[in-house]
Ligand binder design. Structure first.
Ligand SMILES: Cc1ncc(COP(=O)(O)O)c(C=O)c1O
Length: 374
């Protein structure tokens, strides 16, 4: 006899529970006083007064939603303004805004690669790029993490196929930076295109590592971004030459068949971008904090804002997360399948948005709890 759907779901739930891999949603209240080292609001800009006011004003001016996809009537002046200023800050010719970073990644890969193409993907790449590569139906080669020789070997096997190389500027799990200059060189030599996801680079490294390394405008490099981390809002973007933007407007299904990003998050991201440009010291503060935390825990400081702390098992990671929460501090917890190497980790964000006293307390608590759970 075949199983019912509910029997199958119950078996799946039991397997997850046994493996210590059950995930649960917790709703935050508006007056939640826990210290947040779990989120991605690296600069604390989601709660910046200018950002909140811009979001509220945009909702009052334009309404709750954009009302349509961008190609119908959903493109608003605030989208155009955000795209202009984002492109200017990242030193790119143009930007195109999407309703999420996930959609931006799906869009660029599927609009540029089809079953005749070759996608070379770093083993630590974000799930949105993994899904994008699968959706494109291209031949996919997964290369070991940041292994430039393996990328060169894979490029050599492309045999004339249109080829994309996918990397993150700063990887989300380990917080390490990609060898972008070498990757760009390898792509230029073979005519491939390097797609760099700057989700964790923008804000933490000013305009991101592509701009910082002088690769903005490189003919073999394009950038994707999210507005949901350092910019404290929601949405995503692709940045590169105008001809690429035009191609995406005409061909990218996650752009064409999706309602435009709502006015409030668009305006919030624009306001956050202006704060970031006016206060470049915020990036330095994140860097100082992440180094302090790494030092206190005796681990190597990452290139990004997030410190990954390896734990002996998924259960130990969950127990440590709960112990930290009991002290009023929220940290993240990465377990399989969200880790590229099977090692469970606590994930702590060195956000510039936490006040100094809370930050110091959080560091002390983390050091004690991590020691107790090793
Ligand atoms: C590297 C990376 N790319 C893309 C995304 C997706 O961005 P968004 O949350 O805006 O959809 C994330 C967010 O989790 C990410 O970490």
């Amino acid at each position: 006899m075949t199983h019912s759907w509910t029997d199958w779901l119950a078996e799946q739930a039991a397997e997850r529970e046994d493996a210590g891999l059950t995930r649960r949603l917790r709703a935050r209240s508006a007056d939640d006083a826990t210290i947040d080292l779990a989120g991605n609001d690296y600069l604390g800009l989601s709660r910046d007064p200018d950002v909140r006011r811009a979001a509220a004003d945009a909702a009052l001016t334009w309404g709750g939603g954009a009302g349509a996809s961008r190609l119908v009537t959903g493109t608003l002046e605030v989208h155009a303004e955000l795209e202009r200023e984002l492109a200017d800050y990242l030193d790119q010719e143009s930007a195109l805004v999407f309703s999420s970073g996930y959609a931006a990644n799906l869009a660029i890969v599927t609009a540029l690669a089809d079953r005749t193409a070759h996608v070379i993907s770093d083993a630590h790449i974000h799930a949105s790029l993994v899904d994008a590569a699968r959706l494109s139906k291209a031949r996919v080669t997964v290369v070991p993490h940041s292994d430039i020789d393996a990328v060169r070997e894979a490029l050599a096997s492309s045999a004339g196929a249109r080829t994309l190389v996918l990397a993150e500027s700063v990887y989300s799990v380990l917080g390490d930076a990609a060898p972008l200059v070498e990757l760009a060189e390898a792509c230029a030599e073979t005519g491939a295109l390097l797609v760099v996801d700057e989700a964790h680079g923008i804000g933490v490294h000013g305009p991101g590592l592509v701009a910082t390394y002088g690769l903005a405008g490189h003919p073999n490099v394009v950038v994707t971004a999210t507005l949901s981390k350092s910019l404290g809002s929601q949405g995503g973007a692709v940045l590169g030459p105008r001809i690429l933007r035009e191609h995406l407007v005409n061909r990218a299904r996650p752009f064409i068949f999706d309602t435009a990003l709502a006015p409030a998050p668009t305006a919030a991201a624009l306001a956050a971008l202006r704060v970031l440009r006016a206060r470049p010291e915020l990036s330095g503060m994140v860097h100082d904090r992440v180094c302090t935390l790494a030092d206190a825990l005796g681990v190597v400081p990452p290139d990004g804002a997030v410190l990954s702390i390896p734990m002996p098992s998924p259960q130990a990671a969950v127990a440590a997360q709960a112990a930290v929460l009991a002290e009023g501090i929220r940290v993240g917890c990465f377990r399989p399948p969200s880790v590229p190497d099977g090692i469970s980790r606590l994930r702590a964000t060195a956000s510039a948005g936490i006040n100094a006293a809370d930050w110091e307390r959080a560091v002390d608590v983390l050091v004690t709890v991590v020691k107790d759970h090793q």
